[in-house]
Write a protein that binds this ligand. Structure first.
Ligand SMILES: Cc1cc2nc3c(=O)[nH]c(=O)nc-3n(C[C@H](O)[C@H](O)[C@H](O)COP(=O)(O)O)c2cc1C
Length: 359
């Protein structure tokens, strides 16, 4: 299919030139959802596939990259979570664990295990793997890595991207010396990348032009973009590329749980809400029993990653038991535009629609 649409889309930007991709379309790195098949399909379709490595160990990260390399010779990226430093007491963890006991009967569980209060992360080792494997693009969310890390990646030929949800964060990313910024509008599915204040919910139509005017690094727009119209609108506002999560989540190649895909395909914009109850960090997903029941405790829960570890077993069991009441069903605000199609078909539709608007 790529051969048919080759050269159709005339939207070369500094980002497409620099990354050697044909279309300024990134598949969002979705930790837990991206598979080597998804990442490589997007890159083979001449967008940029991105590995969501936030929850992977260094060894798993290496294995994932190697699988992608076997499936594509095109450039692809990887995304890491910048570790956060919050503290929590055993007592807080015990109290939060008790709040989750209402799930036990429905999921036929005896108890919820108390995870360690010392979160572990392979962040430093993952960075070594990125360099060792020669990955060309590395994006970060939940903060900014140290200047030393940024410089080391760039020294090894890696294009480094940060995630911002307002102009202040985009400024910090530019000052830190990163090469580009993903601006995440309030429409976006999954976790908020906010790192300076607790909450920031600026719509993408406001966010792109303001960041474009107040920074000088390339801007990549994310949040609610599902088709050629969204791509065109974002580029009109000054973005040099776009990053789509929910649109790729429902594709055939995505590793999202079938119930997750089905829920997104059947959802409306009003079903999608912001919640911190799954992980301790604000995220956008389809409302369900877990979100509704836990809402009254939302302000009392431990911060990410502690709450995330506490609910891990519940989410895993729910997925195993096909029970969407307790799964985190991340989705952006445009689920009505989602489609059950292949990556190549989606890319084709986007390119054709984009092209038809230039006539
Ligand atoms: C299921 C899911 C998982 C996500 N995981 C990540 C992640 O690991 N890293 C990241 O930077 N962004 C992650 N995001 C956010 C995306 O990068 C992007 O901001 C968002 O998908 C854009 O909104 P959209 O879903 O409406 O396209 C995730 C989004 C979804 C839907």
């Amino acid at each position: 299919m790529y051969e048919k649409r080759k050269g159709l889309f005339q939207a070369m930007t500094n980002v497409t030139n620099k990354l050697k991709i044909e279309y300024p379309i990134f598949q969002a790195p979705m930790a837990g959802v991206t598979t080597p098949k998804l990442v490589s399909a997007v890159s083979n379709a001449r967008g940029l596939g991105n590995i969501g490595a936030g929850y992977l160990s260094a060894a798993e990260t290496r294995g994932f990259i190697k699988e992608v390399k076997q499936l594509t010779k095109q450039p692809f990226g990887i995304n890491l979570f910048v570790p956060e430093h919050h503290s929590v007491s055993q007592d807080e963890m015990r109290k939060s664990r008790q709040l989750l006991e209402f799930c036990l009967d429905d999921l036929h569980l005896n108890e919820i295990n108390q995870p360690s209060t010392e979160p572990s992360t392979d962040f430093d080792q993952q960075l070594e793997v990125v360099i060792e494997q020669g990955v060309r693009v590395c994006s970060f969310t939940f903060g900014i890595p140290s200047e030393k890390v940024i410089k080391k990646l760039q020294h090894n030929g890696v294009f480094v991207i940060g995630t911002a949800t307002n102009v202040k964060e985009a400024h910090r990313i530019e000052q830190a010396g990163m090469d580009a910024v993903v601006v995440q509008g309030s429409e976006a599915g999954g976790h908020r990348g906010t790192f300076l204040d607790n909450e920031s919910y600026i719509g993408l139509m406001s966010l792109i032009p303001q960041v474009v005017d107040h920074t000088s690094i390339p801007v990549i727009g994310a949040g609610g973009i599902m088709d050629g119209r969204g791509v065109r609108a974002s580029l009109c506002l000054g973005a040099q590329a776009v990053q789509l999560g929910t649109a790729f989540l429902t594709t055939k190649e995505s590793g999202a749980h079938p119930l997750h895909k089905e829920s997104v395909l059947g959802a409306t914009e009003e079903d999608v809400q912001i919640t911190r109850v799954f992980s301790g960090k604000s995220a956008r997903g389809i409302n369900n029993k877990f979100m509704t029941t836990m809402k009254i405790h939302e302000d009392d829960l431990p911060a990410y990653p502690y709450q995330n570890s506490l609910t891990k077993e519940i989410r895993r069991e729910a997925a195993k038991q096909q029970n969407k009441d307790y799964m985190s069903l991340w989705s952006g605000q445009s689920p009505r535009l989602s489609k059950d199609i292949s990556v190549d078909e989606l890319m084709d539709e986007i390119v054709q629609a984009y092209q038809s608007m230039t006539k």
